[in-house]
Design a protein around this ligand. Structure first.
Ligand SMILES: [Zn+2]
Length: 234
């Protein structure tokens, strides 16, 4: 079997393979997907912060209600007509007054604490938003670069594909089909020379002697390990 035309085909196909790799494995693409992850995380974080802020606001509202109740109770206490009360009552009132004052102090401190919590949540939110905006801007810039890169590589890819179609006509049909099957599985190079007496020229696995015996007959054998076509080189 004459493999010359297939080897010629593969030589040109290597250029196409490189272009394809550049298109898929562009560093811009990698960066773009990293940035997308950052943006996603920022979004999740901002949702979390929003929920936290809402919970804090609700707690503050509850404290305000209690605070007002106590405040009112304290006011009522001050308005009590002292002439009508007994000494025992005065003791009780004094205790109650102490309790209410304590409560008011506690509520004041709580509100202070919650105000601080809200502030730090807001700060964190702003930081997250800034992070998100930065990632988004960077993403937009990179997307432009990807488009520019594509503009150059796509026509190159098409040109090579057309040239390959011409070369393909000179290659034996079944062999071409075997080649294409592997190529579409992203195996490259597809056809490699035998190394030494019985090693795959790519993955260097030892090939069984029974398979080697078939090379003469078939022209190529398949490496069971890396699935490449192996031929006897010069
Ligand atoms: Zn192999």
């Amino acid at each position: 079997m004459d493999l010359k035309n297939l080897l010629k085909y593969q030589e040109l196909d290597e250029k196409l393979y490189r272009v394809e790799q550049k298109l898929v494995a562009s560093p811009y693409r990698k960066k773009a997907s990293e940035l997308q992850q950052i943006a996603k995380k920022a979004q999740a974080k901002s949702n979390e912060l929003e929920n936290k802020a809402n919970a804090l606001l609700k707690e503050i509202e509850e404290i305000k209600v209690k605070f007002n109740q106590n405040n009112k109770a304290f006011d009522n206490l001050l308005r009590e007509d002292l002439d009508k009360v007994t000494l025992e009552d005065i003791d009780k009132l004094a205790t109650l007054k102490g309790k209410i004052l304590n409560n008011l102090n506690y509520f004041e401190r709580s509100l202070q604490k919650y105000a601080e919590a809200i502030n730090s949540t807001l700060l964190e939110f702003n930081k997250t938003k800034k992070h998100y905006d930065e990632a988004r801007n960077e993403f937009m810039a990179i997307r432009t670069k990807i488009d520019e890169e594509k503009k150059v590589l796509e026509p190159e890819k098409e040109r090579l594909q057309k040239e390959l179609q011409v070369l393909e006509k000179d290659v034996e049909k079944n062999l071409m089909a075997e080649y294409k099957k592997r190529r579409s599985d992203n195996i490259f190079p597809v056809i490699v020379p035998l190394e030494g007496k019985n090693f795959c020229g790519r993955c260097r696995m030892e090939l069984p002697m029974a398979a080697i015996a078939k090379i003469k007959d078939k022209g190529v054998i398949t490496c069971e390990h890396c699935k490449r076509l192996v031929y006897v080189g010069e």
